[in-house]
Design a protein around this ligand. Sequence first.
Ligand SMILES: Nc1ncnc2c1ncn2[C@@H]1O[C@H](COP(=O)(O)OP(=O)(O)OP(=O)(O)O)[C@@H](O)[C@H]1O
Length: 300
Amino acid sequence: MSTLIKMEGLSKKYGSKQALEDVSFTVERGSIVAVLGHNGAGKTTLINSIMDIVDYEGRIEYGFDRKELYRKVGYQMQSSSYEKEAKVYEVCKLYRKILKSDVDLDSLLEEFDFASCRNMYVKNLSGGQRQKLSILLTLIGEPELIIFDELSTGLDSMTRRQIWDYIKRLNEEKGVTIILTSHFLDEVEYLADRVVILDKGRISRIGDVSTLIREEFEAAKKIEFRTDDREAFGQCFGSELSNNGGLLCIRYKEDAEEEIYRQVKRLGGYDIAIKNYTFEDAFLKMLGYKLVKNGEISHG
Ligand SMILES: Nc1ncnc2c1ncn2[C@@H]1O[C@H](COP(=O)(O)OP(=O)(O)OP(=O)(O)O)[C@@H](O)[C@H]1O
């Protein structure tokens, strides 16, 4: 892989507000990078810096001619900003003109499974179709990199899934590099190779999803079950045993699975389920959140 974007010591202040501070990382060609963080962590400011929309301190190097930034990088705009009285095909043609692209629109619409909407007015598209249109428009300049700012906000679960699969295909089949910001951790876990977590404008963690989960949970799996004899389990597992709602839970490392399972059965555990920790579990833990009783979350 070669480097497509390299950020070094990126800082940005709005007045006295430090929105980004000394952010450095690279985006490799062909990768999918997710930028995460609380509201106000600096995600949009980071994207706007890459797009050269705001001024900043530090350096951004691009693996292509900087003059071609707006052709090489597709930035997904909020779908609500399109002209509602125009038809899909007209909007596409306008984009092709602005981007001085010679892409074959008919093939693109076909390939994107959107040809049936070509003569529809934008105002008549459903939320999911509008989102698809906004992704389609990022493809007209035949970009090397596409940036999605909050990819699937407002979409139903079926449409989210379709859009995720399309993005995966774009990445795998066409080698398009993706940067996305998201508040949905299932989305990040499904799509991203690498995750950058921003906290008050600084990078707090960076790495691939499975490594971040592993680092957070030395024991990456858990077994949950019910029992009528909690005491027996308490004697056997001591502090490794925890309560999760009405269930008992033991964390363990992968290679201990057979032994743990045998013991739980022997001591009379039932309704047994073996689970992996999710990226959401790891993310909340990284940010110092704890799940307490009844699934409530406490910070500290
Ligand atoms: N134009 C601006 N003028 C002043 N302050 C700004 C401006 N844009 C952003 N900020 C501030 O900079 C910080 C980072 O904002 P930014 O929008 O980059 O965060 P974000 O992580 O994208 O947040 P969200 O998840 O809510 O979209 C916030 O404290 C925000 O209030």
